[in-house]
Design a protein around this ligand. Structure first.
Ligand code: ARG
Length: 575
């Protein structure tokens, strides 16, 4: 067993082994391990195998539990074992083992989390906005949720390739070119490039509706671009550069970094080959001049892979992209994060990829669109909210909070703090809900100091750090490592148990692609700590107990900090 194995792993290994020996079981399909109990009065972990083994062993579950309990020689980290109800076997960890475990984690930079991803690569395709268009709420959620998944996988030791799959190719560029040459306002372009590019596009599009010559011009420019005309290519590149530059200001504010910005255009040259493969395998057939893949037997509508005008489709690019990623990175998994409206698209091309025998685990992580009640944002237009304005508003609101809670803090520091709190609040609102449920954004919830919010956790963190500092100020010479952690009080026990379960929360959040599992964990931890802190003395406790509690406090702070970092949320030391 690895050095910092969790109690759940150790106990599961032991119950499995013991069950097999006591009942002479071979490898069985019955789960013989343990899981955390729902209710702590029933112990810390429980094993439910007796109920399932009843059929196999032809014995009553309670009898199985009893025989197990009679025959078992408890491992030293277990204090006692109890049989309850129809045959649950409940385990209580020993306080000494708990104390020792938390102490050992102080030396582990991974806080007990196993490097399960070592040697494995995952590609995560997230954010992926379209060039020359503002990000919409779906791109924002993809950025925040995708980045949390990215951080969780990195922390588990995976080699993560974060790829921003920009929408940088398509028929709209013909209209963009002619529109840009006629109507661009250079000043507006310098001010807010993406907005101006979008305005140009809309103007050009509207003109094309009334003016067939304009439409033909746009077509001609598009064909020139597709054929590699130098001037058009340069203009297209300029659109991309301007867009990326603006997107980057948002990524900077959100502290999001990508390894790659490979737009759809990166795969252009591979599209004809992909079509050849699809035809060669008999998967794609002509239909009304277009080339389609029939997915009827898979219960889905046909997927067009080449339009009748010869243009390729979104799915074709995505298939070429999978192929290319497999060849280049040999990923164990490719994770795509987008809003719910793209589910069919992903199901379709995943199915085709499988038919082509592409060897990668393809996962679509989708989320609902967040509801923005009227009057939430002054800058809202339909589903497009200006993210920069949203972040500005969050920071401004946070600044008011900081000014009232820390009126004496220097102005610069107040602003810096408000930045961390405002951005944290926006991210946490997104991350603390099941991504697939309908979320309604409100400022009250996002900035709620008492509830499940980023500011609540950030304040909790800062308060915990200050306890540690106060201790240091009072006992400057105390060597904490010379005082062992002691678990006696029931609240000490609860905090230690919760700390020991951090690795399980990391894994569950990563494996289920649900950062909200981590958010829930951190909120629980902060609440347990808070009742611990309110109900037992710290600095006034006797020597020995005092230092032990400070060590628990420090371990809690480290766990909160790491957990929030995995959600991309900063933890200022002073609030
Ligand atoms: N650019 C697309 C959009 O804005 C999202 C791309 C998602 N990734 C992908 N490989 N299809 O809707």
């Amino acid at each position: 067993m690895r050095e910092f194995a969790t109690f759940e792993e150790r106990l599961s290994a032991w119950t499995t082994d013991t069950m097999q020996t006591v009942f002479g079981l071979e490898e069985s399909s019955v789960k013989l391990g343990v899981s955390p109990t729902q209710n702590e009065t029933f112990g810390d972990y429980q094993c439910n195998a007796a109920m399932e083994l009843a059929k196999v062993l032809k014995k009553a579950p309670r009898q199985i539990a009893q025989e197990f309990s009679d025959a078992a020689k408890l491992p030293d980290f277990v204090e006692k074992i109890e049989i309850a109800g129809p045959g649950f076997i409940n385990f209580f960890l020993s306080n000494a083992a708990l104390a020792e475990h938390i102490q050992s984690l102080e030396n582990d930079s991974h806080l007990g989390v196993e490097q399960a991803g070592q040697g494995k690569t995952v590609v995560i395709d997230y954010s992926s906005p379209n060039v020359a268009k503002p990000m919409h709420i779906g791109h924002i959620r993809s950025t925040v949720i995708g980045n949390a998944i990215d951080r969780l996988y990195r922390f588990l030791g995976y080699n993560v390739v974060a790829d921003n799959h920009l929408g940088d190719w398509g028929t709209q560029f013909g209209l963009m070119m002619v529109g840009f040459r006629s109507f661009v306002d250079e000043e507006a372009l310098a001010e807010a490039p993406v907005e101006e590019l979008e305005r140009v596009y809309i103007a050009s599009y509207n003109k094309s509706k009334e003016d067939p010559t304009w439409r033909d011009e746009a077509k001609k420019e598009l064909v020139k671009l597709q054929q590699g005309d130098a001037e058009n290519l340069a203009l297209w590149k300029q659109f991309i550069e301007l867009s990326i530059k603006e997107f980057d200001t948002i990524y900077d504010r959100l502290d999001v970094k990508f390894d790659l910005y490979r737009g759809e255009s990166f795969y252009n040259e591979q599209l004809p080959k992909m079509i050849e493969t699809l035809e060669g395998r008999g998967l794609a057939v002509e239909s009304d001049g277009a080339l389609i893949v029939d997915l009827e037997e898979d219960g889905m509508p046909v997927c067009i892979v080449r339009k009748s005008d010869g243009g390729y489709n979104y799915a074709t690019t995505d298939l070429a992209t999978v192929q290319s990623r497999i060849e280049e990175f040999d990923p164990e998994r490719i994770i795509y994060v987008t809003d719910e409206r793209q589910q069919l698209h992903f199901r379709q091309f995943f199915t085709i990829a499988k038919k082509l025998g592409m060897d990668a685990n393809l996962v679509h992580v989708w989320f609902g669109l967040m509801r923005l009640p009227e009057a939430t944002f002054s800058t809202r237009e339909g589903n497009v909210i200006k993210l920069a304005a949203l972040l500005d508003e969050a920071e401004a609101r946070a600044l008011e909070m900081v000014k009232s809670s820390s009126p004496d803090m220097p102005k610069e520091q107040q602003k810096e703090l408000a930045r961390a709190i405002g951005i944290g609040a926006i991210k946490y609102t997104d991350l603390s809900q099941n991504p697939q449920s309908l979320v309604t954004f409100t400022w009250e919830k996002a900035l709620n100091m008492e509830g499940n919010s980023a500011p609540y956790l950030q304040y909790a963190y800062a308060r915990i750090s200050s306890v540690y500092d106060k201790f240091h100020a009072k006992y400057p010479d105390a060597e904490l490592s010379q005082y062992p952690i002691i678990i006696e009080h029931e609240l000490e026990r609860r905090i230690a148990i919760k700390l020991s379960r951090f690795p399980a929360a990391v894994r569950a959040a990563a494996e289920n692609y649900r950062p909200n599992i981590m958010a829930d964990y951190l909120y629980d931890l902060a609440q347990i700590y808070s009742s611990f802190y309110q109900n037992v003395p710290f600095l006034k406790a006797d020597e020995g107990i005092r230092e032990s509690r400070i060590r628990l406090c420090r371990a809690t702070a480290a766990t909160l900090r790491k957990g929030l970092d995995l959600l991309g949320i900063e933890t200022p030391e002073r609030i």
